[in-house]
Each structure stands twice: as C-alpha cells, then as structure tokens.
Design a protein around this ligand. Structure first.
Ligand SMILES: Nc1nc2c(ncn2[C@@H]2O[C@H](COP(=O)(O)OP(=O)(O)OP(=O)(O)O)[C@@H](O)[C@H]2O)c(=O)[nH]1
Ligand SMILES: C=C(OP(=O)(O)O)C(=O)O
Length: 204
C-alpha cells in the first residue's frame, strides 16, 4: 500500500486553523499517523510504503512499521504514487491518501476484498464522500497503478478505465481537507493522535 505525504509545512493548507490551539504541522502529522496506523492494522495489507520528504513523517511511518521512501522525483502527488508503486514489487498495488484519520481497518479490508473481486485486469478506485475525489486506487498484478489524483480525480479515474467501488465504507471515504471535513471525521470517530489534538485544541 502506497501512502504519500507532503511535507508538513505545506500539507493540508485548507485545514490550517481548524484547531486554533494546535500547531498546523502537528495536526497534519496526526492525520497521516492515524491513517498509517489504520493501514498497518489491516491484515489484508502486506506492507506500507510512505512516500515523503518530511523527516517527522518518515520517522512516524517507520515507528508504525511502514517503510519510508523519499518523495522522488519531487513532481507532485501522482509522481509520488508512481514512485511508491514501482518500489512495491509484484502483486496487487494500491494507493491511499494520507488524510483519513477516521479510517477503520475493517472498512479498508472490505474495500480491498471488493477490489480483488472480478472483473480481472481492471483498476478499481474508491471515491471520497462527496464522490469528487479519490481515496483509494488499486491495480491488479501486471497492471500499472496509473494514478490520476487531484481535483476531480473520481471522474479522471473512471475515464481512465478504473472501476468505481460502491461499498458503504464511510471511514474510508471520509478524507479531511477542511474544518468541516474534520468535524465529519470526528463524528465517525477519529484515530487516537488526531482525537487527542481535537480534544486539546477546541474539538472539531
Ligand atoms: N509525497 C507527496 N504527497 C503528496 C503530494 N501532494 C499531496 N500529497 C498527499 O496526498 C494526499 C492528498 O492530497 P490533498 O488532499 O490535496 O492534500 P494536501 O495537498 O496536503 O492539501 P491542500 O494543501 O489543502 O491541497 C495527502 O495525504 C497529501 O499529503 C506530493 O507532492 N508528494
Ligand atoms: C488529491 C485528492 O484529494 P483532494 O481532492 O481531497 O485534495 C483527490 O481526491 O484526488
């Protein structure tokens, strides 16, 4: 599983100030750390590759049992996904955004099971809650990940031939870009690092 994370100083800019008493980088780190912890807790995931140039994120990833890779070639999110996928080796490869602090391992496992069901040879994706973005993209063995993340990525992934998975996985679909998203994630139940910050810094 490839999980790219921007440098904390630049990450999650739309979320800046969502918890006024909490330094922004701490919040951005907590989102990523809770996401990676949930992925690590999912038995269906063989290994986690965190693609980042941020030393704190890399250290947190390694402590959680993930591998950290540099953000090569430094050409944005899709290049980071491609870099991680190339390092992942054979078998199924999936990419996940790192802003899913409510993610439940059982929902990720269910989505990965659905991804691995027929038809063969086709990439699958899970759209975010508003159905505009993408939270998960999975490619079967021998098929490139071909990530199209960014604004309007759900439509871009569908247009590229990927199949939308339609399961009811609210914690997987709940990416956090804004203060409202953080409040929605809090209603689902935040992971421990983000929850602690939310409790300390005026709950979302
Ligand atoms: N390694 C890496 N990860 C990235 C890059 N751009 C975005 N990401 C990660 O991709 C995921 C989804 O990206 P966005 O939701 O747009 O997050 P963001 O760019 O941090 O947020 P905004 O500044 O609000 O746009 C997040 O986990 C980001 O950390 C990049 O250039 N390199
Ligand atoms: C990068 C993405 O995230 P967001 O649209 O949430 O920034 C995406 O959905 O492809």
């Amino acid at each position: 599983m490839v999980v790219p994370v921007k440098r904390l100083a630049a990450a999650k800019s739309r979320l800046r100030g969502a918890l006024p008493a909490v330094p922004h980088e701490e919040l951005a780190l907590a989102l990523a750390a809770d996401t990676v912890a949930a992925v690590r807790a999912c038995p269906a995931v063989a290994g986690v590759l965190v693609v980042t140039d941020d030393a704190r994120v890399a250290e947190a990833a390694r402590r959680a049992g993930a591998r950290a890779l540099p953000d090569a070639p430094g050409a944005g999110l899709n290049a980071a996904f491609r870099h991680g996928a190339a390092a992942a080796g054979g078998g199924w490869v999936a990419g996940l955004t790192a802003d899913l602090p409510a993610l439940r391992p059982a929902e990720l496992a269910a989505a990965l099971r659905a991804a691995q069901a027929a038809p063969r040879g086709v990439r699958r994706f899970v759209a975010d809650a508003p159905s505009r973005g993408t939270v998960l993209l999975a490619a079967p063995p021998g098929v490139g990940l071909d990530p199209r993340f960014g604004v309007g990525s759900a439509a871009a992934h569908a247009a590229s031939g990927a199949l939308a998975l339609t399961g009811d996985w609210p914690s997987l679909r709940r990416d956090v870009d804004t203060a409202d998203d953080l409040a929605a994630a809090a209603r689902l139940g935040l992971g421990p690092r983000t929850a602690a910050l939310a409790a300390a810094g005026c709950a979302a």
